[in-house]
Write a protein that binds this ligand. Sequence first.
Ligand SMILES: [Zn+2]
Length: 345
Amino acid sequence: MAPLATTDVDAAFTLSLPKIELHAHLTGSITPQCLHEVWTSLKLSSPDLLLEDPLELLSKDKAWNVTTFFPLFSSYIYTLCSTRESIIHSTNSVLQDFKDDGVVYLELRTTPRYSEGVSKEDYVGLVLECLDNFEGREAMPTYLILSIDRRNTASQAMEVVDLAIKYRERGVVGVDLCGDPSKGDVSIFKAAFTKAKQHGLKITLHFAEVPASSSELELETLLQFGPDRLGHVIHVPEEMMHEILRRRIGLELCISCNVQASLTEGGVGEHHFGWWKDRECSIALCTDDVGIFGSPLSNEYLLVAEHFGLSRKELVKLSGRAIECIFGGEEEKQRLGAILVRQEI
Ligand SMILES: [Zn+2]
């Protein structure tokens, strides 16, 4: 491992730094402790519950990768958080965790899903209700992005977009493409993203996460959707990196997720953040799934300070580089700009 660079930054500083989180999956952001609480109350009402205690399951020293990571959601966390009570409890807990970590603007994303007694629309409504009722909402305005899963059919994708359009007034600001990058043909989602754009929704896409989802054809197809932001941008040919810069597309970089899941080679110091940081572009450091990877946003800022030698002043500037690509509108941009100007160094 490369020696850590010199910096005047410490954990107290990155915790107090006003931060903008733009790539956080709601379900992946639930802490093992919160999942344990949900599990405990489920176990009381259904003693025969076969699911393992999340504290046990998630504490195992597990090297997450594409084959172990996605089933964790589809066969475990979704089953655990499927009732109205557990959806509300876990969403509130996620909001509180981000606020406690010094996040001052949040865009959460989630794939509309259904369970017994909760339709996809009910689910979206429940999450939005939690955002509305959250007592810290003034200090941390939160918006919702609805995700299309790569395993969706074209009509399921359209259903997500229709829900996003329907709930725009209540705080849905964009549509995302996510899910197992080894699955699906992204070209079938063109009509859905076109419709989202026509209705004024913003677009963000998981982009070039693994080699299998990084063929030139796939990346070209995704760029044709006209994304406002891209997540991960790992296996991108250099020519296309310049094209991304030219189009002024915002970048959501999830360093701990990439390093821990071995999506990138090497450690934090070798992460492609190093390539983008000195370019003229909008960058947001993001957690992706803090419940799984255990590195809150304040720690992501600490890591880049330590591994890339960034000072307090440079971290304030870096946090501000996310403002340009938020989906929440001009007023929010001005509010965030003013907060960062006031930040003491
Ligand atoms: Zn993600």
